[in-house]
Design a protein around this ligand. Structure first.
Ligand SMILES: Cc1cc2nc3c(=O)[nH]c(=O)nc-3n(C[C@H](O)[C@H](O)[C@H](O)COP(=O)(O)OP(=O)(O)OC[C@H]3O[C@@H](n4cnc5c(N)ncnc54)[C@H](O)[C@@H]3O)c2cc1C
Length: 570
């Protein structure tokens, strides 16, 4: 019937999928179906309330994944999170809105993606955003911005939290970071994250509500007659039975909540937006992947694409907790981004040289993890691009949050550009819901060295005047409290036993040259297919220093322009 055929099928009503659905259904002549198993969460108070998100942990709005045991973390299994509901992970995330460093986006172009750079991304960043300037009292509390980097008429509302902490804490944090050489950054979304800043969030500060992908891009257009939302979990792409040179998708197969298998036809394209932990699973069940992995699962190879599910890059988050002498009644979203020079000081040049020598060894190790289907040379090239970012372009390599709430002060920190590479694959051909997630944290030693150096800096911060005056004691739960003069070995043990996922997984269907292990081209088309794209965190080839949603919305916006642009040619 006509109801089960659409021009475009978008798999996943998440952060990227809903923006894309909005753009592809703008022209009423084209029909769009979005498929997602999640529910309407508009009445969930912890979704809506910008201070409620930690109350969502583990609830039905979470997919609640786990990693496989982590070899370098003493076999620990880590919790992995993604959002489940109309809005995807934008329903459950911390709403932090920070882009990344210019050179990190320019590097995408070097990885084989013409036209992908800071200049084009800034255009998209501005287009999707409606920025709410801080109120005068918020400016006093540290909420600053540079007008030229922000948009005024997009659907994504961005502003400062109405519960922003006021009082002396901000000035003390700023002064202690300045004493450590980390000066004020008025706007971390300007293409330069370095220094200390107070970040805005994806929220509407007037209504005081979260502004997730559904609120911004889907609910306002849900009545478009050419836009459908289907409830279900997609298992695989269905292929046309024709003699075309490259496989073409005819539609997808999905499982309804009551357990029925249904199919829906795509007249033009199938677009996967199921997130970095799920999109590779759908590709694999559809026969796109590393043939030896597919054979092992009993899946016939349709497209030999060894990069599928490889190149998983997440960051590792470590927290330090302190009790304070006074209580802080407000929200303190403070970040400090540091580059290699400020982290390693005089040792940075020697470190640049020694790590450069290690690149071929790390590349061989990562190639071996893929059983050699991606060559060490290809991987070394990618690592070299990252090495240049760190040591030649001076991008920031770590983020340290320094916050307080009630009588607890906390630092959470992570290396933004780890060299370790992990993977995510199907755990079985019968289970589309349980990804085998292996971030391989700390599999490259340098990542541990960075984490230790950042941990030392984060600790030094709380002992630096004037902020030191508010601190009572270290109170880290469940782990050894490190002595003030802890050795490297003690820091390494602490890091291995306490790090968790930073929830920034990406790269598992990377937009990159095919010979380097890329899965999609610079138009986000899956190599080897006629009409399948990936538009979600899977395509980001490398980490960025900021948080991911700002970048993802811009990527989805660009995808929308590309797909609409292709219509005249089809
Ligand atoms: C706890 C947490 C906190 C975070 N905090 C921040 C933050 O403060 N700031 C920030 O910028 N970023 C943050 N992030 C990261 C950011 O939110 C995610 O990277 C981003 O939302 C991912 O977007 P996506 O479009 O790739 O996937 P998602 O938004 O996850 O969308 C994927 C969608 O696909 C659906 N789906 C999955 N499998 C299938 C299937 N087989 N069939 C149909 N549908 C399917 C899912 O239900 C989901 O709706 C956080 C992430 C987490 C988990």
């Amino acid at each position: 019937s006509s109801t089960d055929s659409y021009d475009y099928i978008i798999v996943g009503a998440g952060t990227c999928g809903l923006l894309l659905a909005n753009r592809l259904s703008q022209d009423a002549n084209y029909t769009v179906a979005i498929i997602d198993p999640g529910a309407d969460e508009r009445d969930n108070p912890n979704v809506v309330d910008p201070l409620g998100w930690l109350g969502l942990t583990g609830t039905s709005v979470y997919w609640n994944y786990s990693s496989i045991p982590q070899e370098k973390l003493g076999g620990r299994v880590l919790e992995y999170d993604a959002g489940r509901g109309i809005g995807g992970t934008s329903l459950i995330n911390g709403m932090t809105y920070i882009r990344g460093d210019k050179a990190q986006f320019d590097a995408w172009e070097q990885l084989g993606n013409p036209g992908w750079n800071w200049t084009t991304m800034l255009k998209h960043f501005k287009k999707i955003e409606q920025f709410f300037p801080p109120l005068p009292w918020q400016e006093t509390a540290g909420a600053l911005y540079e007008d030229e980097y922000h948009g005024t008429s997009g659907e994504m509302h961005v502003g400062f939290n109405p519960a922003l902490l006021s009082g002396s804490f901000y000035g003390d944090v700023k002064a202690s970071w300045a004493a450590l050489g980390q000066t004020l950054n008025r706007d971390a979304s300007s293409g330069d994250t370095a220094g200390f800043d107070v970040w805005p969030q994806t929220l509407d500060p007037v209504k005081n509500v979260r502004w997730d992908a559904a609120t911004a891009f889907y609910w306002p257009v849900q009545d478009r007659p050419n836009l459908a939302l289907l409830n279900g979990t997609v298992s695989r792409i269905l292929w046309k039975n024709d003699e075309a040179d490259v496989p073409e998708a005819s539609g997808v197969e999905y499982l309804t909540p009551d357990g029925n298998i249904k199919t829906v036809n795509a007249r033009r394209e199938v677009i996967l937006s199921a997130g970095a932990l799920r999109t590779p699973l759908i590709l694999e069940l559809s026969g796109i992947g590393n043939p030896s992995i597919l054979n092992g699962l009993g899946i016939e190879t349709v497209v030999n694409s060894p990069g599928v599910g490889e190149n998983l890059i997440d960051q590792s988050n470590v927290a330090l907790t302190y009790s304070t002498k006074e209580s802080f009644p407000g929200y303190a979203p403070y970040a400090t981004f540091v580059n290699a020079t400020s982290l390693f000081g005089d040792g940075v040049e020697a470190l640049a040289a020694s790590t450069k020598k290690s690149l071929p060894i790390w590349a061989q190790q990562i190639a071996a993890q893929t059983n050699g289907v991606i060559s060490a040379r290809a991987i070394e090239h990618r690592l070299q691009v990252q090495h240049d970012l760190i040591f030649k372009k001076g991008v920031t390599i770590a983020e340290i949050l320094s916050s307080a709430s009630g009588t607890t002060a906390i630092s959470a920190y992570w290396d933004t550009l780890p060299f370790s590479r992990g993977s995510v694959h199907l755990s079985s051909a019968n289970d589309i819901n349980t990804p085998a997630i292996n971030p391989r944290f700390l599999s490259v030693d340098f990542d541990l060295a960075v984490q230790v150096a950042v941990g030392r800096l984060a600790t030094k911060f709380w002992t630096t005047a004037p902020i030191s005056a508010v601190i009572e004691a270290r109170v880290d739960p469940n782990s050894t409290i490190l002595p003030d003069n802890a050795t490297d070995a003690q820091w390494e043990d602490f890091t291995r036993s306490s790090l968790i996922s930073n929830s920034h997984s990406l790269g598992t269907a990377a937009m990159m040259k095919r010979e380097w292990g890329g899965v999609v081209d610079s138009q986000m088309r899956v190599y080897g297919t006629g009409n399948v794209r990936v538009v979600d965190a899977s395509v980001l080839p490398m980490q960025v220093s900021g948080h991911l949603t700002a970048t993802l919305y811009a990527v989805a916006e660009r995808a929308g322009e590309m797909i609409v642009g292709d219509r005249s040619g089809l």
